[in-house]
Design a protein around this ligand. Structure first.
Ligand code: BGC
Ligand code: MG
Length: 558
């Protein structure tokens, strides 16, 4: 089993790579049925390798009625037949590993589909042992402090089931009954689900909806101690039975609650940085990066060695505003949703490029920022070519449209006609496949995709430094520039980002530890000189730079 693994014992390999989140359903259709599939992903592995991706996160590909795009699983031990087979997955994993790319799956442990045989058995028979796998109530009044996750779509976490003669609990859609983690058989089964996929070659999991597994009366039913216990068990199993695999938490919580998921290195290897994400966009709106540095200073020291933050700008969900104040939310909406068309649940259902008005410089500024922080960046498929969205689609589907490979009528996604695709293509003239697609961006030297590839290449070449934990913020006073050093043993990298809409110049005093012999790694619209005041930089609007300085060697011991 270990032969098929890459050099997976490399400590903290996950901090050296760039992750790429993709929807199998929407990435590439290999058999012309209009639905993306696993062989389609296989077909595009070279694209991912050329982009510089080191790990792919596959959104749920398990059997599902797709009432929540696969987060409603009806059989944990099979691949949805529309997406392929278990053999297709094995082939994909092997081919990815051969290219140095790891593959992680999604571990959806909080709930199942209401179509799942477990739930069907449970609702039919009070005496069935499956009954205790779910949470039931005669009144539907318990756990009233647990907020509903899809406000507007669900008004309660309890739904009456006629057949069961009771209410059942669901934290998400009513079609997703929650499992009962106080039942030991549930915990054992879900550990087996994880084992099943790891044994088929997955290199780890992004864990869905982590905080909500345990419910206790009188609490908000999130991040309770037993939640941590369960994931510590999962991690212990993974580290002993599948060494080198990674566990990533989706926990959209406050800073202390989020940091707790590292639990001093005993729990998650990586935790999605939900507290930082909205602040990146707010800083862009304010043209002032101060808040970004504040969040980083507050959250970087809490990370245990060998663990890391997982940074992201967008994903398959709404851009969540769960962690911002009412004032910040108002600013956010004013800036990013002036036409009031994109609010849903707790945030905005837009892709990265349209959020920033189609401005490639802003896309690159934010991407270059998350690429340079200690931890690992997660990119969302299509954002590397500046894909747009379709606000006329329901739920969070606007940002889940088929990947745009070419300018063809079906965007090179499928040989099926455009009106038979699993989701309709983007039609907005600024973002349609005719103007935003991989093939054209590969041909044009200074396309967004070209810049992205270059950034990932440079980050990969210096992974030893970007993956480390050391980070030293630079105080630039009132300047709209965010600056920090990434110190390493042989060199240090100075990263600068201009959040304003105007060109800006400034000086960074050189640390006594470095030689004044800078090498520009990337210049997103910048130039610089060395002067008396240190390093003098000039950045264009929304420009950035990564500059490498050799470290002075210590004087030889006498
Ligand atoms: C996923 C969502 C999903 C929900 C329920 C999440 O946090 O990212 O897409 O709807 O969990 O599984
Ligand atoms: Mg297909």
């Amino acid at each position: 089993m270990s032969a098929r693994r890459l050099d997976l014992r490399t400590p903290a390999w996950f901090r050296r790579v760039v992750f790429y989140e993709l929807s199998v359903r929407s990435f590439r259709d290999s058999n012309g049925d209009g639905v993306g599939d696993l062989p389609g992903v296989l077909d595009r592995l070279d694209y991912l390798r050329d982009l510089g991706v080191g790990a792919v996160w596959l959104l749920p590909f398990y059997r599902s009625p797709w009432r929540d795009d696969g987060y409603d699983i009806s059989d944990h031990y099979s691949v949805d037949p529309r997406l392929g087979t278990i053999d297709d997955l094995a082939t994909l994993v092997e081919a990815a590993h051969a290219r140095g790319i790891r593959i992680i799956g999604d571990f959806v442990s909080n709930h199942v589909s209401d179509q799942h045989p477990w739930f069907q058995e449970a609702r039919r028979d009070r005496g069935s042992p499956r009954r205790a796998w779910f949470l039931w109530s005669d009144t539907g009044k318990e756990f009233s402090r647990a907020r509903t996750m899809f406000p507007g779509a669900e008004t309660s976490n309890w739904t009456w089931d006629e057949l069961a003669g009771q209410y059942y609990f669901h934290r998400f859609f009513a079609s997703q009954p929650d499992l009962n983690y106080d039942t030991p058989a549930v915990r054992a089964e879900m550990l087996n689900v994880a084992r099943f996929w790891l044994a088929r070659g997955l290199d780890g999991f992004r864990c869905d909806a982590v905080p909500y597994l345990i419910k206790r009366e009188g609490t908000a039913c999130q991040s309770l101690p037993e939640v941590h216990q369960f994931f510590q068990e999962v991690r212990a199993m993974m580290h002993s039975e599948f060494p080198g695999t990674v566990l990533v938490a989706e926990a959209n919580q406050t800073v202390p609650e989020t940091v707790a998921y590292f639990d001093q290195g005993r729990e998650f290897d990586m935790v999605m940085h939900f507290p930082l994400m909205p602040n990146l966009f707010l800083a862009l709106a304010e043209k002032n990066p101060r808040r970004v540095l504040d969040v980083l200073r507050a959250t970087l020291p809490g990370v245990p060695p060998e663990c890391g933050w997982a940074y992201f700008l967008r994903n398959h969900d709404e851009l969540t505003l769960g962690q911002v104040s009412a004032d910040e939310r108002a600013l956010f909406l004013r800036f990013y949703d002036p036409a009031h068309g994109s609010e849903i649940y707790n945030g905005l259902r837009r892709r990265l490029a349209p959020l920033v008005g189609g401005d490639d410089s802003s896309v690159l500024l934010l991407t270059a920022l998350i690429l340079a922080l200690p931890g690992s960046p997660f990119l969302y498929y299509g954002d590397e070519i500046g894909m747009g969205d379709r606000l006329d689609l329901p739920d969070r589907d606007p940002g889940r449209t088929p990947m745009q490979w070419t300018a063809d009528p079906s965007a090179g996604f499928s040989s099926a006609p455009a009106d038979r695709l699993t989701r309709p293509l983007v039609t907005d003239p600024a973002y349609a496949p005719s103007v935003r697609n991989v093939a054209d961006e590969e041909r044009v030297p200074f396309s967004l995709l070209g810049h992205m590839r270059n950034l990932l290449r440079v980050r990969g070449a210096h992974a030893a430094i970007f993956g480390r934990e050391r980070f030293v913020g630079v105080d630039l006073g009132e300047s709209p520039v965010l600056g920090f050093w990434r110190p390493g043993a042989e060199y240090e990298v100075l990263c600068l980002y201009n959040f304003s809409e105007e060109p800006v110049a400034g000086d960074v005093p050189l640390a006594p530890s470095v030689w004044a012999a800078p090498v520009e790694l990337v210049r997103g619209g910048s130039s610089s000189t060395l002067g008396d005041a240190g390093y003098h930089f000039r950045l264009s609007r929304r420009g950035f730079s990564w500059t490498l300085f050799p470290v002075r060697s210590p004087p030889a011991a006498a």
